[in-house]
Each structure stands twice: as C-alpha cells, then as structure tokens.
Design a protein around this ligand. Structure first.
Ligand code: NAP
Length: 527
C-alpha cells in the first residue's frame, strides 16, 4: 500500500492544506522525507463531522450481522497489510517489530471480539416490563428498553500503541461496534501507520456499501484540528489516550459546549505494587526480576507501567533490592516513541533524583543512541512520599520509586494517600492474607484493576477486563477502554412506552426475532 500523506474524509483522500508535516524516526533522530503529510483545517473537520452525522442513522440501523461483518472486514484488511504495516510502525515509533506483530494480532483480535459481541447483542440491554392494566391505584404502561448508539465519536489515537490504541484500536472498535461513526485525529507520532490503517477502514466502508461518513481520518499539527473536532456539534462522545494535560484540555472544551458531551480520557497512572512481608521473605529476588521486566517492557511506555513499589522496611527487603539492582543493570536503554516523550522522561527522572529525601537505587544501561531511555529505580521513605504530592506524578518511561514504610499502618497510609490508578498490585503469600484484606478495601476505591502476584503491564482484551479507574487515571471511573464493556461508553438507554408492535425495534419485539437474552418482567430469559 502506498502512503500518500493524504487525509481520509469519508470516501475521499484529501491533501490537507495547512502546515505540512513529516513523519519522524526516533531511532535515527531523522525525519522520514517522503511523503509529506498535509495537515487539515477546521473546514476539513466540519466536512468529516457533517458526513458522520449524515451516516449515523443508516449505520446504526444496519442489521447486527452486517455491522459485525464490517468489523471483521477491517480485521482481515489489517492482517493482510502484513510486514509493510509493522515495518512502517517500527520506523515511526522505534518499537521492536516483534512487539508490533503482537500488537497487530491484538488489534485484529479485538475487532473480531467486538464483532462477536455485536452479534450476541447482550450490550443492547433489552429489557421488557409488561403492561399491568389492572394495577391499582394506577395501571402500568408497557415499558421496553434498549441501548442505542450515542452518535458520531471523536477518537484521539495514542502514541504508545500505534495499532491497538490508534486508528482501528480499542476506542474505534468499541464505537463502531456500538453503531457510532468515527472521526479519528491521527497521532503525529505515527502518521504513515495511521494512513495505512485508515485506508483499510475506508476500503471496508466502500466494499460493504456503507455510508461514506462512517469513518474519517484527519491529520493536524498543533491544537486546531483536535479542538475543532471536540467542539463540533455532531460529535457526541470522545475517546482519548495520552497526557493528563491533553485529556483535561479536551474535557474542558467538551464541558463548555452548548451541548456538553462525555470525554473518555485515559491519562496518567503510576500503578503501585505492594510487596507484603511473607511474599518478600519467600521470593523477594524473583519478585524483583518480574518487577524489572515489567518496568522496562516497551521502554516503560505503558499506561500500566509500575511506577511505584511499596514495602515495609525489614531485612527481607534487602534481597529484593539487590536483585532489582542486578536485573536493572542488565537492561539496555531503549528508544522512546518521540523526542518529546524522551525529553519529558529525562526531565521526570531528573525531578525524582533531585527531590529531597529521594535517592537513586538502581539504574539500567546508559543510552547509546538518540531518544534512548536509561531505566531507573529510586528509593524514598513513606514520610517523604506522603509529604510531596509531586512524587505521585507519572513519569512516562522506565522509572519507578520504591517507598519504604516503617510498618503496615504506614503502608496503608500510602495506599490511602494516592489518587486514582488504572491498576494496583499485591505480591502476597497465605500469611499475608489479613494485611491483604485491609489493603484491598482501600485499593478497590483507588484502582480499576487489582492484581495478585502478577505485574500490571499486559492488559488482556476480554469480557471481564477493566482498563479504567478514578481520576487522574481516567476522566470517568465508571468506564473501561479495553475489553468488550468498552462499548458501554458509546451507548445510551431509550425506553419505548406503549409502542405498537409495528413500531418497536427488533430487539424488543415479543417474538424475540434476534434470539437475544433479555430481561423480561425481571427474569433473564432467551425469549
Ligand atoms: P498528548 O500530548 O496528550 O497527545 C495525544 C493526542 O491528543 C495528540 O493527537 C495531540 O495532538 C492531542 N492533543 C493533546 N492536547 C491537546 C489539546 N489541548 N487540544 C487538542 N488536541 C490535543 O500525548 P502524547 O503525545 O501521546 O504523549 C505525551 C505524554 O502523554 C507522555 O509523555 C505521557 O506522559 C503521556 N501519555 C500517557 C499515556 C497513558 O496511557 N497514560 C499514553 C501515552 C502518553 P497533537 O499531537 O497534534 O498536539
């Protein structure tokens, strides 16, 4: 597939007339000279949004089987791009090819899982309450509920997942599955990869004879395109993964619209890992190896990167520290996604090193090439941590801080202290159960996913996954951005009261022609 540098607005390929952009190779610290990407204007955003609004009713009204086939066609198209896609993504992100092959499989699998979900139709939440004409003192009407798509969705691709959380990633898959047209703002850190995947979706729209506005991809330098997209009245929800500053800026724009809309922003998390005493005593060195592997995976550029380790200070902590020092010393520096992310990492690591009461504890191998991150572990005590909120700020990359606590009470105080997280992990043995129970009561209030004896990187795409959490991990703790429940963000319930059979949606018809599981007069039945 040839990358042309054009945007995809409905069925057309359009050269953006605003500032020209070049893709960048972080491994060589050089621009990729061709093609030049033209960035879009507000007028391009307006056109994409108008097409999305025009496509909405026809798209959401498609038979579920057709919508599911559309998702599968996109999956097939991405798989068929083969090595050309991973090679381009590798050049634009510096991420290893093997990682990108895994990410492509995840992206394809995610689309196929959403296709199954669409066919099964549980997400419709079909609910029927029969009329009670004889009820005294007042009769009850016939009430039927189903969920429908909210409308066109704006998606901001993430820099750290150029496939699985970008143009055809989790947000797009969930929105298309729900019946929402999607307008994607391409991330500047992988423009060519975005175009390749965007062209696959555009082709799938065409092949299936769907309205062209079901999908558009806009390129934009600076804030103009993103701000105009969130502000456009046709857009009814936003999916975003990136920085806290970016996410909160978009939340503000969305809240100030004449019709405010939800922004599902996944922003910053430091994913605390608690090491309980018995676990440390029995397998401290093994935990250290697992922790260092998780910390350095993908140059630490994961929203679930373990940026904080908390333990009660005792002789049992020494083997953990020694093993972490050895393991980290063996980790080579790795290329980060962009020069900006690399600079932010260096600044963040320097800030940690210069914080009074914080010391360097262990280090990875030094940088050898451009934009490489050297992994680092710092150490502090609970009193310092509790006194300085800045120690809670995400340092995006392979840096973490070990917090030594005087006793269990201080460890619980640290847990109580920190803000919302995507994950919280407990390393424990049976004898740690009483302390773990006390900890879980706190952590349930703090994080979207709680793990025992694992590490937080590696987010399964599954029905039971929660990739979310209280602010600032995300903008809405009720939602997940990974797994099939992610579809809920782009749905809203509608109740049909006393509708004649001919006017009812298929999902709510008496005969249940779609064969759905439904809640009927309080009972969950397939009927
Ligand atoms: P970012 O700067 O937040 O950008 C993400 C996307 O949002 C880009 O397309 C960007 O457009 C757009 N955007 C950001 N602020 C905007 C605004 N005020 N108005 C309109 N559009 C806006 O994130 P990034 O470039 O991917 O990474 C930078 C930092 O984000 C990292 O250092 C890290 O701290 C954090 N990050 C966190 C996660 C996570 O999963 N928690 C993932 C990735 C990054 P432009 O590029 O055109 O400005």
């Amino acid at each position: 597939m040839q990358i042309t540098g054009e945007m995809l607005i409905g069925g057309r390929a359009v050269r953006g007339s605003d500032k020209p952009l070049l893709a960048y190779n972080p491994s060589t610290d050089a621009d990729i000279p061709a093609p030049v990407f033209g960035s879009g204007t507000v007028e391009d955003v307006v056109q994409a949004c108008a097409l999305a609004a025009a496509a909405f009713d026809a798209y959401r009204g498609l038979p579920l089987a057709v919508r599911a086939s559309f998702l599968e066609r996109i999956a097939d198209g991405i798989a068929a791009l083969g090595d050309a896609l991973t090679e381009r993504a590798h050049a634009e992100t510096g991420l290893p090819k093997a990682r990108l092959e895994g990410e492509r499989a995840r992206t394809v699998g995610q689309l196929r899982l959403f296709a199954q979900e669409v066919r099964q139709g549980l997400w419709l939440g079909a609910t029927l309450d029969s009329a009670l004409p004889e009820r005294k003192p007042l009769p009850r009407a016939d009430l039927r509920l189903q969920k429908i798509a909210v409308g066109p969705v704006a998606v901001f691709g993430a820099s750290n997942f150029p496939l699985a959380f970008s143009v055809a990633g989790g947000d797009t898959a969930a929105a298309l599955a729900a019946g929402c047209p999607v307008v994607v703002k391409a991330h500047g850190a992988h423009l060519g990869t975005s175009e390749m995947v965007g062209r696959v979706i555009q082709q799938a729209v065409k092949d299936m004879g769907l309205p062209e506005g079901v999908f558009s991809l806009i390129v934009g330098a600076g804030r103009t395109v993103g701000e105009a997209l969130v502000a456009h009245p046709a857009i009814k929800a936003v999916g975003f993964t990136g920085s806290r500053a970016g996410g909160t800026a978009l939340m503000q724009i969305a809240a100030q619209r004449p019709e405010p809309i939800p922004v599902y922003a996944e922003m910053s998390s430091i994913n605390p890992v608690f090491l309980l005493p018995e676990a440390l005593a029995t397998r401290g060195a093994a935990i250290a190896q697992g922790f260092v592997d998780s910390l350095t995976l993908g140059a630490g550029q994961f929203c679930t990167n373990p940026g904080l380790v908390i333990a009660v200070d005792s002789p049992a902590l020494a083997p953990f520290v020694a093993a972490a020092q050895t393991a980290l010393a063996g980790k080579p520096a790795q290329t980060m996604l962009t020069a900006g992310i690399h600079a932010a990492y260096e600044q963040g690591a320097r800030r940690l090193a210069e914080t009074p009461g914080v010391q360097a504890c262990a280090q990875g191998q030094p940088e050898r090439g451009p934009n490489e991150a050297c992994a680092a572990l710092f150490v502090t005590d609970a009193k310092t941590f509790l006194a300085q909120h800045a120690l809670e700020d995400e340092v995006f990359g392979p840096a973490s801080t070990l917090v030594r606590c005087a006793d269990e009470a201080e460890l619980l105080a640290v847990a109580e202290h920190f803000a919302g997280q995507l994950t919280a992990t407990i390393q424990m043995e049976r004898d740690d159960l009483p302390a773990a129970k006390r900890l879980v009561t706190i952590l349930e209030r703090k994080a979207g996913r709680l793990l025992v004896n694992g590490f937080p990187t590696g987010v399964e795409v599954a029905h039971a996954m929660v990739h979310g959490g209280p602010f600032p991990a995300t903008s809405d703790s009720r939602a997940t951005s990974v797994g099939t429940s992610a579809i809920e963000r782009f749905l809203r319930p509608v109740c049909y009261q006393d509708f004649p059979a001919e006017l009812l949606p298929e999902a709510l018809a008496d005969a249940n022609p779609l064969g759905l599981w439904r809640r009927r007069d309080g009972e969950v039945v397939r009927g």
